[in-house]
Design a protein around this ligand. Structure first.
Ligand SMILES: C[S@@+](CC[C@H](N)C(=O)[O-])C[C@H]1O[C@@H](n2cnc3c(N)ncnc32)[C@H](O)[C@@H]1O
Length: 263
């Protein structure tokens, strides 16, 4: 994507996440402690660490790391998300976390300025995940660690296609939930080694999931149709099913801890 395309996509991101900021900042699914509390533990952070959270949204991940480290900086493109993040950090009494507006494709920090660089639920919004990963590596100190937590899709191309089609209908700022095969290639090309990997499965109610993104009613109907058709043969790879009359599916998360190895 050229500079003009990147600017245009940046506007889609800001439009969608300005709309989502309120519900997102109140979302129990995104605050869910099981998935959040383990992140600093898996990264084995030290009290002296300086941490960067990219595409931080309302700051849930940044705040979790701030409880265990010296300083955390969160960056995001969407002003409304940053406002929520500052308000939440104030409410939690955390004074070692700050938030600033930045595009993850051009991080406004010097080389080697953070001990740990983290991000959650963001890579599927990046048209150029390789460039963002290179930026994460650039600002990471020697012997530093990167943590990425995001959804994965199946390696099967047909399942991947339908899964991502539904995601893009729900939220036009979605680019691609990557299959494991692409994650591994991404890390390898960036010269990163996977030192830890954890799989989490979170069952999600389809209607609540679409409420979070304020998906219009006509699109919700279409997604419900696609989900229903997908059940036979698990055509999205998300184990879509009906529980108590409601459509439910599994969100497959991976948490990767990466380091630059012997570079
Ligand atoms: C699904 S939210 C995740 C928020 C947060 N990481 C969390 O897990 O709670 C994705 C966030 O990525 C941000 N984002 C997407 N593309 C970005 C970019 N190019 N630069 C900075 N932020 C970006 C959006 O503004 C949004 O706040």
């Amino acid at each position: 994507m050229r500079a003009a395309g990147q600017k245009y996509f940046g506007r889609i991101i800001q439009r969608e996440f300005t709309k989502q900021a309120k519900k997102f900042s109140q979302s129990q699914a995104m605050r869910e402690k099981g998935g959040l509390g383990i992140l600093p533990l898996l990264a084995e952070v030290k009290p002296t660490d300086r941490v960067l959270d990219i595409a931080c949204g309302p700051g849930f991940v940044a705040m979790e790391f701030a409880k265990h480290t010296r300083e955390v900086v969160g960056v995001d493109l969407t002003t409304e998300m940053l406002k929520k993040a500052r308000a939440l950090a104030r409410r939690e009494g955390l004074n070692n976390v700050t938030f600033r507006r930045a595009d993850v494709n051009h991080l406004p920090f010097s080389n080697a300025s953070f001990d740990v660089v983290v991000t959650r639920a963001s890579f599927h919004h990046f048209p150029h995940p390789d460039r963002v990963l290179a930026e994460m590596v650039r600002v990471l100190k020697n012997k530093g660690k990167i943590l990425i937590s995001d959804n994965t899709s199946k390696n099967d191309p047909a399942k991947n296609r339908l899964h991502n089609l539904i995601e893009r209908l729900r939220d036009p700022s979605h680019v691609e939930t990557l299959p494991l095969r692409k994650w591994r290639a991404l890390f390898k090309n960036a010269g990163l080694r996977v030192v830890k990997e954890k799989r989490l499965i979170q069952p999600r109610n389809a209607e609540d999931w679409m409420e979070l993104t304020q998906t219009p009613p006509t699109v919700r109907q279409k997604i419900h149709r696609l989900f229903t058709q997908s059940m036979r043969g698990d055509k999205t790879g998300q184990n879509v099913r009906v529980v108590n009359g409601e459509v439910v599916f599994d969100m497959n998360y991976r948490i990767f801890i990466l380091d630059p190895g012997e570079m």
